[in-house]
Design a protein around this ligand. Sequence first.
Ligand SMILES: NC(=O)c1ccc[n+]([C@@H]2O[C@H](COP(=O)([O-])OP(=O)(O)OC[C@H]3O[C@@H](n4cnc5c(N)ncnc54)[C@H](O)[C@@H]3O)[C@@H](O)[C@H]2O)c1
Length: 332
Amino acid sequence: MAEALGVALLGCGGMGRTLAQTARKLDRARLVGVWDVAPAAAEAAGATLEAPWFTDLRRILADPAVGGVIVATPNYTHREVVEAAAAAGKHIFCEKPLALRTADCDAMIAAAAAAGVHLCVGHVLRYLPVFDRMKQLVDAGAIGQPFAMRTSRLGGWGEAAEWRRRRATSGGPLFEVNAHELDYMRYILGEPESVYATGSQTVVTDTDYEDTVFVTIRFAGGHHGVLHSSIGAAGGGYSGVIQGTDGVISFTNWPSRIHVHGFAEGGARETIGEESLTAPDAHVRELTHLVEAALDGTPPPIGGRDGRAAVAMAEAAVASIQTGQAVTIRPA
Ligand SMILES: NC(=O)c1ccc[n+]([C@@H]2O[C@H](COP(=O)([O-])OP(=O)(O)OC[C@H]3O[C@@H](n4cnc5c(N)ncnc54)[C@H](O)[C@@H]3O)[C@@H](O)[C@H]2O)c1
């Protein structure tokens, strides 16, 4: 039988359970334990996922059967949990946002490096069909050199756990939701250099952060991007454009559709509809990175540096909203 990575789930909420179910489907992984601070959550997840359950983090991390962990606890706990896992010598997959401060990301990256373990970060949007295909198109030169991008993600927040409703524990939507969009803009446009943002709290008032933001980011090489995001928009929608030297990709994610426009054709060169926008399961892909890192020593394609960059952009956007000034991003 092929070597299998023993994986432990740390944080048995909605996302953690989804990831653990995925881990159980991988040929080279098996779920060997689940942990949560809430005993009922740990016990219920242990029963559903057919794995031993723990409420003592040190105990599950001391189990030699655990070679890798999935960290899916609330955002403000990521640093503490990741550092504990690294100190125990476990390879790590951490949900986004990697942390709530760039300085915390630096400490987590250093802890993983010092322990000789890999740190993968869950920027799964890259692997959703529309975004996966757009990256392939960009890499294939379909629009020449990409230099500008606009993303608009509008929707409702719905019922949110208490930790999600406080900036101190979730970071607010710029971290909790838009870590995805910020990461994707960097994936397409390169390293961020500075951020200017505005925000308002107009519709969703039971939180302590903005419900609507505009974030303008300057990337290396003079590239630039804009994010318009709201958790207080009726109807919602997710759309945008990537502008390149030879063409433009326009997209909607709900429903999935991509148009590629060129200059010469004077219109749409290619339209890709939902039926042809398929991709391998995104969670399988991101957890396979953990398995390949742990068993084969393959550096994870989405690692600590990527997680840090998204956090740095979100942190700079909040600072810019609060000060009214553009904020320079400190390189890793
Ligand atoms: N990639 C994605 O698209 C995506 C989607 C949803 C959530 N997430 C991320 O996954 C993580 C978990 O989100 P969720 O929706 O599963 O949250 P959740 O509130 O459903 O679950 C969090 C779990 O962590 C446990 N926990 C462990 N340590 C804790 C502590 N110190 N304090 C409080 N609770 C603690 C809670 O008891 C709970 O069971 C977050 O980082 C979130 O940003 C990512």
